[in-house]
Design a protein around this ligand. Structure first.
Ligand code: 3HC
Length: 701
């Protein structure tokens, strides 16, 4: 295998190249290579300066995250290498293109100088993996940019553009063109014998009083945030050590915190999600080298909230969109909402007027379906009703150009049946966007029985281009996410009839980490929307014979309590504020009496969480054994990116592995005994039983 770190002499300049595709991660081999190479350069009298470059698409994008689970992240200690670099006795210049992140940026910070292309980005995103920067990042960043900006950089985890990094003192120069030529030019301007080896570790930290005040205010802010990652407090502690201790002591403290963060369940879960999101893009059974279609123009049918949000995804990345609606008024309203959304972003300073105009220029409204004839992808986002969708798709089948992909944005209907309506089912798949479609990261891509590999591969690649995390689902009721939601909502409602209040259930699940409890979520999504889906499903014979099944939502709907937009639902609303409403408790008590459900007052938060979580896991296991989901990690991605499941718990299937499958089975058996299992609610999935019996985890499946 070729060596990932090499060097050559170029007229007294040592040119070091890191070449470790795909992202030049600072793996053990790279660390060993850097150590060897820098020792050689230190001892070579013929070189007097070093340019550090990376091959491929990026500078070092961080430590090799896989080593955190599989190996020893500090074998061949990066701090030892960085110390060697800082004390090399020859100026070292890091030349940055692409992204310099985490350990990669720490390598650049340990170098004496940094130059970057204007479109490069730098940052310390470790917190997004539940980690503390572990190779001097917390100590050197503070010395270069000051306490407050360094805290901002590390606590947000968001990379910043090179020009901004230069303003903040992290980059010395923005350069253009060839980085080696730029490095040579940089060195030619360095004063001989001047600041030849300036070290970030030796820079003074500004005024101690201000620094301590900034640290204190960061601590206070964290105290106010119930969902702050655990690594956040560790990062603040490291910065505090940087201010109050020597560099060496601070580094030692940081190392300790870093290793503790690597071992934390939070980081294990976030790393799981990092890889799960990337794994989801790999589709089993696709032929090698399948040709993707170019997508230069997109059509969206239906200018409602969903259609408008979908259209924004494409114009945001420069793909022209034709938005179709049947009536001028509806079309104008849809176009107006899109413009207003952008105006709001403009007002927040996150978009310029030129960008807004450029995006709106990519959007055309039209009243005729024929206007999508030259589109490469057409997505229907009309009313969720089988016969309406079939009619629309039938028209599209005849109108769209050959090879164009036709997608349905259904959230529950049978994609195979819809595909047949087009007369060209090989071109059809589901693109299930989540509301608001321009904001939510998840896209469920529903692979029909006849969907062509090319259509599937094209849409998966396109999803990445529009910034979505896409997960493939097979065809079944509700696909992966909404199908699993059913059991979760069933228990949430049964708990209400047993005597819990909506607030009690929501608070328990929010304390567990869900972004929003189920009842607040239904109120926001619309009680009417949820009830209608249920009614349709009932008509199709898809509901259990249980007369109490989801009877709370149906009753609320009958009473016109359609959620936040109606001012009443599971809660009463004062503006956007949800207030407990005793009327709902009375409704639930009435339903309990009608269906013979015993009321009780001993419902604890732990029971609420387990009652709602276990059906989720059980249904997840069923989607896996049926092949609807390809992997347990895909299910985790669906739930963390589309349903507010906390990423720091790694998704329901990862959580199941953490809890232990045998313990879950046992818990389900207890619930079956206690509350009855007449309708099979607590019947364990065969896969869950099989894995538990053999001591395996979902991660092994
Ligand atoms: N370690 C190991 N593998 C990594 C990696 C890393 N740090 N970063 C990316 N990869 C892998 C991905 O898993 C993916 O592999 P695959 O092709 O087999 O699925 C491949 O590299 C390409 O990654 P992306 O698909 O994400 O490519 P993009 O071009 O979309 O994004 C990126 C590139 C912006 C660099 C993005 O990959 C990224 O954000 N990476 C993580 C950066 C990060 O968090 N760094 C900090 C790590 S922790 C650390 O450094 C600790 C230190 O302080 C000691």
């Amino acid at each position: 295998m070729s060596r990932p770190v090499t060097w050559r002499k170029d007229d007294g300049l040592a040119v070091v190249t890191i070449d470790n595709p795909p992202v030049n991660a600072l793996s053990m081999a790279v660390r060993q290579g850097l150590l060897d190479v820098f020792r050689q350069i230190r001892d070579d009298p013929a070189t007097h300066a070093v340019a550090l470059l990376c091959a491929g698409r990026t500078f070092v994008a961080g430590a090799d995250i896989r080593e955190f689970s599989e190996g020893d992240p500090v074998a061949v200690d990066p701090n030892g290498i960085f110390d060697l670099i800082e004390h090399l006795g020859k100026p070292v210049l890091a030349t940055i293109h692409g992204t310099a992140l985490g350990g990669g940026f720490e390598l650049a910070l340990a170098s004496h100088y940094r130059i970057a292309l204007a479109n490069a980005r730098v940052g310390l995103p470790e917190i997004t993996l539940g980690l503390v920067p572990g190779a001097g990042g917390t100590q050197r960043s503070v010395r270069l940019m000051g306490v407050r900006p360094a805290l901002e950089l590390m606590l947000s985890g968001t990379p910043i553009a090179a020009p901004e990094a230069m303003k903040k003192g992290l980059i010395d120069e923005i350069v253009e063109g060839d980085l080696l030529a730029a490095a040579k030019a940089f060195f030619s301007r360095l004063p001989a014998g001047g600041e030849a080896t300036r070290r970030a570790s030796e820079r003074p930290i500004g005024d101690a009083e201000t620094a301590l005040a900034d640290i204190e205010s960061a601590r206070q802010e964290l105290l106010g945030k119930s969902r702050a990652p655990l690594a956040a407090a560790r990062i603040v502690d490291c910065v505090s050590a940087a201010v109050s201790q020597s560099f060496a002591q601070g580094l030692e403290f940081e190392r300790h915190q870093f290793l503790a963060s690597v071992r934390s369940p939070e980081s294990a879960a976030l790393r799981h999600i990092f890889f799960a999101e990337r794994e989801a893009a790999r589709i089993p059974g696709l032929p090698e080298g399948v040709q993707k279609h170019p997508v230069a123009k997109v059509g969206v049918i239906g200018a409602g909230t969903m259609g408008g949000g979908i259209a924004m995804n494409f114009i945001n990345v420069g793909i022209p969109v034709v938005l179709i609606d049947m009536g001028q008024e509806a079309l104008d309203r849809g176009l107006g909402i899109i413009r207003r959304n952008y105006e709001t972003t403009l007002a927040k300073g996150k978009l310029t007027r030129e960008q807004l105009d450029a995006r709106m220029a990519l959007l055309t409204g039209a009243l005729q379906y024929g206007d999508v004839a030259d589109c490469d992808l057409v997505i229907e986002a009309v009313f969720e009703n089988m016969s309406i969708k079939k009619e629309v798709l039938g028209k599209l089948g005849g109108l769209c150009k050959p090879d164009a992909i036709i997608a349905t944005n259904t959230s529950s209907l049978d994609v195979d049946e819809l595909a047949l309506a087009t007369g060209r089912p090989q071109d059809v798949l589901g693109m299930h966007f989540f509301s608001p479609a321009n904001v939510m990261r998840l896209l469920e891509v529903v692979r029909g029985r006849q969907t062509s590999p090319a259509a599937l591969a094209t849409v998966m690649a396109l999803a990445k281009r529009i910034g979505k995390v896409a997960v493939v689902s097979g065809v079944c009721y509700g696909f992966i996410g909404n199908r699993m939601l059913e059991g979760y909502l069933r228990e949430a409602e049964l708990l209400l009839m047993e005597g819990a209040t909506p607030a009690q259930v929501d608070q328990a699940l929010e304390a567990f980490g869900m972004a929003m409890g189920p009842h607040r979520m239904m109120d926001l999504a619309g009680v009417d929307v949820g009830a209608k889906v249920l009614i349709e499903r009932g008509k199709a014979g898809g509901l259990p014979a249980d007369p109490a099944y989801r009877s709370v939502i149906q009753t609320l709907h009958q009473l016109g309590r359609n959620g936040q937009k109606a001012g009443v639902g599971y809660y009463r609303y004062e503006g956007r504020k949800a207030v407990s409403d005793p009327v709902v408790d009375d409704i639930c008590a009435g339903l309990a009496a009608r269906y013979g459900i015993a009321r009780r007052s001993d419902i604890a938060a732990g029971e609420i969480v387990r009652r709602c979580l276990y059906p989720l896991i059980n249904e997840g296991a069923k989607t896996l054994e049926e092949g609807i989901a390809y992997r347990a990690s895909d299910i985790d991605v669906v739930w963390t990116s589309g349903y507010g499941f906390p990423a720091r718990l790694g998704g329901p299937m990862h959580q199941a592995d953490v809890i232990g499958l045998a313990a879950i089975l046992e818990g389900m058996a207890v619930f079956a005994r206690r509350y009855g299992n007449q309708y099979g609610y607590w019947e364990p999935a065969a896969l869950l039983q099989k894995l538990a019996a053999s001591g395996q985890r979902f991660a092994d499946y």
